[in-house]
Design a protein around this ligand. Structure first.
Ligand code: FES
Length: 130
C-alpha cells in the first residue's frame, strides 16, 4: 500500500502524493502542470480534443509496450499510475514540430484549431502503436 502515484509525463518522472481519487487526468494536466495544449471540449468523451497518449508495458506479452490514445476528460488521474503520458507538448515544438503536426499544418488540416491537438495525439498514438 502506498499513498503516491508514480508515472512519466512527457519523459519526466512525476510523483503525486495523496492524489484526489476524483481528479481527472485533464484537470491535473491543465491546472497542475499547465499543459493547456490538451483541450477540454465536450468533457464527456465525444469530441477527442482532450486526447493524450498513454503507454505502458504488457509484461504478460513479452514485455512489449502498448500505446493508446485516451480521453483525458474521462480518465481518473489515479488510472495512469505506472504509465507514461504524452501530451501534445511532448511530441514537438514550434521550431521542430512532429511530422504529424507538420503535415497537418502544411496541408491546412484544421479548421478553428481547438480540437487539432486531439487529432494530432490520436494520429501520434496510432503511429506509436504501429
Ligand atoms: Fe471531448 Fe474529452 S473533452 S472527448
Amino acid at each position: 500500500m502506498r499513498n503516491s502515484l508514480v508515472f512519466y509525463l512527457n519523459g519526466r518522472r512525476t510523483v503525486v502524493q495523496d492524489a484526489d481519487p476524483s481528479m481527472l487526468l485533464i484537470e491535473y494536466l491543465r491546472t497542475h502542470k499547465l499543459l493547456t495544449g490538451t483541450k477540454l471540449g465536450c468533457g464527456e468523451g465525444g469530441c477527442g480534443a482532450c486526447t493524450v497518449t498513454v503507454s505502458n508495458f504488457l509484461l504478460e506479452e513479452g514485455a512489449s509496450t502498448q500505446h493508446r490514445g485516451i480521453n483525458a476528460c474521462l480518465a481518473p488521474l489515479c488510472s495512469i499510475d505506472g504509465c507514461h503520458v504524452t501530451t501534445v507538448e511532448g511530441i514537438g515544438t514550434q521550431a521542430k514540430p512532429h511530422p504529424v503536426q507538420d503535415r497537418i499544418s502544411k496541408c491546412h488540416g484544421s479548421q478553428c484549431g481547438f480540437c487539432t491537438p486531439g487529432i494530432v495525439m490520436a494520429l501520434y498514438s496510432k503511429l506509436q502503436s504501429n
